[in-house]
Design a protein around this ligand. Sequence first.
Ligand code: ZN
Length: 262
Amino acid sequence: MSAASSGEKLIAGIAGYLSESRKAVVFTGAGISTESGIPDFRSPGGVWSRYRPVLYQDFLASEKAQKQYWVMKKEGYRELKGAKPNDGHRALATLEAAGRIVAVITQNIDGLHKDAGSKRVLELHGTSRHCICLECGARCDPDLVQERLEAGVEVPRCDKCGGLLKSGTVSFGQALPADVLTDAIELCIQTDLMLAIGSSLVVEPAASLPLQAKHNGARLVIINKTETPLDYLADIVVREPIGETLTRVIKRLRLPDLTIDQ
Ligand code: ZN
């Protein structure tokens, strides 16, 4: 069998699973957004390879750590700003609109799933789309915080109360949002089809959510450019580019093609 026809068989397999599924859930990691030009923070050249991440406890305790945190955030925000959803994000929004998937659980903080039109998005690691005051809980626009950082402010403060601001993303040492995690686990217990996309499935809870789904009888599809520790459990594994793969699945399902560049 040629590579192309075996590839087509995998696409047909995924489309078939989606047709049979009643409550499919998608789990996404950095890999879906690298196709939008956002570097995986963990990859060489990513922000985390150049800076030691600031632990949440240190951020709370020390001004030095706060300054270091915002140096890193300022640079990271430049990478995120202007990124647009790609065919992969748009295909998932199309699948949700067509009732083929019920939710997207993501490790990404870039907001691109919502930009693409996905409605039910569970952001396990929070979002870069707002900053939050740790004193009064007020949210503010990260663009305005970025302006201040670019103008030389080292530790931005809340306009309302003067409290410490922090990005809406979850830091190392900071608990994942409990309500989001609870919803994600519930979805994984109930689902009959889990598509794990663009995640190496190594870091928790990335590793255990698809596992939870599989243990509760769901089918598991993994789309990722490299091997994952759960490949042996998967019903289908695809190592091709995500946007292209999902676009082919959409075509196969004969869903309206929303994946035209805007
Ligand atoms: Zn405040």
